[in-house]
Design a protein around this ligand. Structure first.
Ligand code: HEC
Ligand code: HEC
Length: 362
């Protein structure tokens, strides 16, 4: 499906290449890799010369479409509406904060701040993760508190430090601005077209177009040995031989499962414990996806690592009890750079603006 009004590049050539034939097997792979990966994490194999069985078991190319996106005119109308809503500043109380304020689609889907700033310049406590490939995450947020993109989208709209709206205000504003006919096209079966749930549904549909297949590492996994430089291959080796892939694996190199992040000890933000109430989840966070990680500084849930080198070094110490030397860090960073995919070119959409209506009796 094509995002209306978007240049073709929004849908990469890779998508056409693979097509629907592989969509099902890919799905099965995404589901099944975890189990297989656990069984075959033997060390010592040479992976510097093309993807060995071990590498192909640990990692998978990023799928080049999101199956839930669907097809046809209704799905297209939904993506088109979600595209507008994503850029709609009137969805915030102050009228000047949109999803794109903190997840800038032209800048890898982040705001490059340590922690985000929302309505009235209120600071949140966490770093803004990228929206790119969020469709492939097992759960949303650093602590995984939302299961789906639909559920996720309702969070920032209502959060005091983000957009600070109520569901009623959202619906009222969108009606006044002239969104009703767009909602009717996107939700033709519904009795009431403009609802808070539909806002979240449309935004989630749009987010499912924000994916970045075709990274050098994907091409390498597909059998193109020259897709990685020698240094990147060496970095891949450091990555797998030191246990990074114990957590960061699969098509997203993370994005599923949680791990204790000892570096966060003593912080007010206790991570997943806030979601589950379990003491054992204190300072646990979702294992971050490393897709496009070279583009999304600063790092960690609190934005505390300014550079990728710093993040890699902290990970070595905190998660593996390992102090990497400069050369190892160079290699790891080179490898992580091979995870930058092809970003779609997302246009700034035209937003509905109904001229003011005459007031009654005038
Ligand atoms: C004020 C800045 C701000 C605004 C506005 C904002 N977000 Fe976020 N977003 C964040 C931060 C910070 C997080 C991480 C919060 C957490 O984990 O507790 C986040 C998390 C997310 C995630 C989860 C990604 C992941 O890796 O888990 C998605 C998806 C997302 N936002 C989409 C949206 C959408 C859609 C909108 C508009 C409806 C939006 N955001 C508005 C700052 C913002
Ligand atoms: C025990 C599991 C585990 C291991 C092993 C591990 N990580 Fe992580 N990694 C995580 C978790 C959890 C986070 C998110 C931490 C947070 O910010 O709360 C993370 C975050 C990161 C980030 C920052 C991502 C971002 O967007 O902010 C990078 C980079 C990273 N890891 C690289 C590595 C490297 C390189 C290694 C090997 C040296 C490694 N990790 C080993 C669990 C792990």
């Amino acid at each position: 499906m094509k995002l209306p009004g978007a240049p073709r590049s929004l849908f990469s050539a890779a998508r056409l290449r693979l097509g629907a034939l592989v969509a099902l097997p890919l799905l099965a792979l995404v589901g099944g890799f975890w189990l297989t990966a656990c069984q075959t994490s033997g060390e010592g194999e040479s992976e510097a010369d093309g993807p060995s069985t071990r590498i192909s078991t640990l990692f998978k190319p990023l799928p080049d479409e999101v199956p839930e996106l669907g097809d046809g005119p209704v799905a297209e109308a939904r993506v088109d509406l979600g595209h507008k809503l994503y850029f709609e500043p009137k969805l915030s109380r102050s009228g000047n904060v949109s999803c794109n304020t903190c997840h800038v689609v032209g800048a890898a889907g982040v705001d490059h701040r340590q922690v985000s700033k929302g309505v009235g310049d209120r600071k949140g406590r966490r770093n803004s993760p990228t929206v790119y490939n969020a469709a492939f995450l097992e759960s949303q947020f650093w602590d995984g508190r939302a299961a789906t993109l639909e559920e996720q989208a309702k969070g920032p709209l209502q959060a005091h430090v983000e957009m600070d709206m109520t569901p009623e205000m959202v619906v009222e504003r969108l009606r006044t601005l002239g969104y009703t006919s767009l909602f009717e096209k996107a939700f033709p079966e519904a009795d009431t077209a403009v609802t808070f749930n539909h806002v979240a549904d449309a935004i989630a549909a749009f987010e499912r177009t924000l994916i970045t297949p075709g990274a050098p590492f994907d091409r390498y996994l597909e059998g193109n040995e020259d897709a990685l430089t020698a240094q990147q291959k060496a970095g891949l080796k450091v990555f797998t031989n030191n246990g990074c892939a114990g957590c960061h694996r699969g098509p997203m190199l993370g994005g599923q499962g949680y791990a204790n992040f000892s570096h966060a000890k003593g912080d007010a933000d206790t991570g997943r414990e806030e979601v589950t109430g379990e003491k054992s989840d204190r300072y646990s966070f979702r294992i971050a996806s490393l897709r496009n990680v070279a583009e999304t500084a600063p790092y960690f849930h609190d934005g505390s690592a300014r550079t990728l080198r710093e993040a890699v070094s902290v990970m070595g110490k905190a998660q593996l009890g390992r102090t990497f030397n400069e050369e190892e860090i160079d290699k790891l960073v080179a490898f992580l750079n091979s995870l930058t995919g092809e970003f779609p070119n997302v246009p700034y959409p035209r937003l509905p603006r109904q001229p003011p209506q005459p007031t009654e009796g005038s």
